[in-house]
Write a protein that binds this ligand. Sequence first.
Ligand code: SF4
Length: 446
Amino acid sequence: MTRTLARLPRPYQSYVYAYPHKTAYRPLEPRPALREVWADEPRDPLSLYLHIPFCEIRCGFCNLFTRVGAPADLTTRYLDALARQAETVRACLGTAESPRFTNAAFGGGTPTFLDAGELRRLCDIAEHIMGADLRAIGFSVETSPATATADRLAVLTERGATRISLGVQSFDENESRAAVRPQRRADVEAALARIRESAVDHLNIDLIYGIDGQTPASWRYSLDAALAWRPEEIYLYPLYVRPLTGLSRRDRAAADLAWDEQRLRLYREGRDHLLAHGYEQRSMRMFRRLDAPAAGPDDYSCQTDGMIGLGCGARSYTRGLHYSFDYAVSAQQVRSIIDSYASTTDFEHAVNGRVLDADETRRRHLLQSILRADGLSVADYRARFGTGPHTDFPVELELLADRGWLADTGPALLRLSPEGLAYSDAIGPEFFSPAVRAAMAEYELR
Ligand code: SF4
């Protein structure tokens, strides 16, 4: 049955890459000691994330925690703080059982905003202070065309990087300008060549659809330009216009039905094009080349295992608490949070966060599973919680089924249909708890 867009919820509501969203975090009073937070948490496996909040420019669509440029010595002071934080966190994990990190990532911002020597120091923090064996695990780094230089790539590959992710967004220079990310195609191609010449065997390219002036033909142009490099992964992101970002100041109605339709059309074309060129879909955004090698050994489960985040925009996850530092988008607030982080000497407590009770943990498990193309194993869910997903979320799952968003997989698996995957950003918010919804609604973006 064909359903009209008007009768369905808006397809682009919220990118649920983590639950609960950071805007549902609040100052923790009293601040829990990390030693106690981690006391009974498994040390194996863990994920390690280091956040670098600097970029050369502020892309118009970006609401990530980052600032443009860094005045003299700020990167050094930031790395000093990162080292202090790492020392403290490692001490809080204790010595009875060493943590085993099964994957590591440098994200941002743009981690390669740091120069080669600074990247070496960042690797030292991950390896020598936190104990991550970078050469033996999946180790991913985000980069940009201007900063993916040969000397930086040499440091990263020498230290074990297995995956480099390049934010291209569009190969069309007019579209890049429209998204307030001006870049020359020749520079993008040169960066891709340098990455392919490096020893990293896993390349990811990020592309965006829904940019002003983007057409099916120009979208195909970008897709083909990306495919020419045979990247192991391609992420297709819908453009969002979020408050306080560069594009939000433009005269564009966010509730623009035509724009929803444009994005849905480009999404379907992009998806079908990649599927026809030897890629499989892993989620609404992620596509992996069918013959791509794994980007490192990985026995980490994002539904159940913990994460340690270092840096002022990083989150950390335990089974019962998610925490981070303060969060902001506006340039002034971001700068002040980074300055405050760089002068922090006491990292022994969690500052901002949200406690996850049994209900929130179920919601998170369901979201982290159902938004992936391989779906949710009902047996795994039942083994973890003692109840079934249909018992816990009868209304939400009935709604998905009614809209044709669940695949016909039988009772053992809950998986989205192709149309359900297309509506992932509408499905995610359906599973937010009333408390998280309220906290997000009350959050004052700054
Ligand atoms: S999209 Fe990436 S490169 Fe652009 S401002 Fe955001 S973090 Fe920086």
